[in-house]
Design a protein around this ligand. Sequence first.
Ligand code: PLP
Length: 430
Amino acid sequence: MKRASQLTFNPSAPVLVTELPGPKAQAWVARDRQRLSPSYTRDYPLVAASGSGCTIEDVDGNRFLDFTAGIAVTSTGHCHPEVVGAIAQQAERLIHMSGTDFYYAPEIELAERLAGLAPAGCEWRVFFTNSGAETNEAALKLARWHTGRQRIIAFNGAFHGRTCGALSISGSKAVHSRGFGPLLAGVHRLPFDCTRAELNQLLATSAPAEEVAAIFVEPMQGEGGYRPASPEFLPMLREVCDQHGIMLVVDEVQSGMGRTGRWFAFQHWNIVPDMISSAKGIASGLPLGALIAKAEIMDWPPGAHASTFGGNPVSCAASLKTIELIEHEFLTAAAVRGAQLRAALEGLAAEFSCIVRPRGLGLMQAVDVVGPQGDDRVRRDAIIQATFRRGLLMLGCGSVGLRFCPALCVTAEQINTAMQILREAIREVL
Ligand code: PLP
């Protein structure tokens, strides 16, 4: 049997050459089950072998259309040749030296570049990490350090990561925190999109404003269900933070780096945060996170915070190339292709009564799945299985959401193909 890569290449169409999972995939999954942590959540048995743009080829030679981008990470597509080139070039020169103790150019250049992407009119500094959770840990520590206060306000449905600090301010699924307490003290939660009155009530009762270090918010909740904040919410948070000297931290780990058609999602709300937390798509798949904070806020002394691997030269080189590609090509593409995707999802919602609430910004879109009794998780999960069997990789979000976060290089044709597959999957499940 021919492998998908030996067949005529049509990057928009999946090519399935075995039953799924194929024999090699089955064998790898069996080995994985023996040795890897059972805490990983694998919705379907995809064993990836290689990737290009918005496609993934598995170990059996099946080619899938990837609308997950490795959970919104491979922003420029899988293995963009220019990113691969930048990684190879840097790897030949210097793989590691530790930016916490020494200097090297890619880390400095990247910090300058990221500071330039943050809103004009203030000076910004950057702290590098390896992940989204670590970036939020850094933000938590910096907010406490700078303000000398302890309390943190976060929102129901938020996801900021799984390390103990980041977990303490998350609230999207009980399984994330069950059995891991006690977590950080002094964390207060409000409904996402709460009103000014609700926030003021909290500050006047259980979280005295002069003790609150920071408010953490995702401009568009990710794991919590791809829910964009209302137009008033972020400006209201900004005003209340200004009033009380509270740090406003926007978590752009999933929504940043061009995914919504702007560098950062908060720019759709026209606010200036105090800190921006970034990771995922920042380096097209290499591990990297960056906390971008106003310079006058990032005032901790040497030794107060550091990370051996954070900002390693190879990840920084990948990120510099990623930013160049996003700037020249993919920022506009994310807005244009996002509008196409959104229109298609609205079409699906009009066609199928079980598909509701199309929402999102740019290439961060979702719909919810309902059944006769309302929100229908079983049906949502069945749709994801059915798209997998047809060669389309998808993920859920929230309790009943279908999430669409393809790489920013996704083509018009690939969106059309994905929608066609999704339509067939919905018909199968109905
Ligand atoms: N913050 C947000 C908004 C996220 O979506 C995620 C991951 O999905 C994280 C933080 C945690 O990132 P990581 O898994 O890199 O620690």
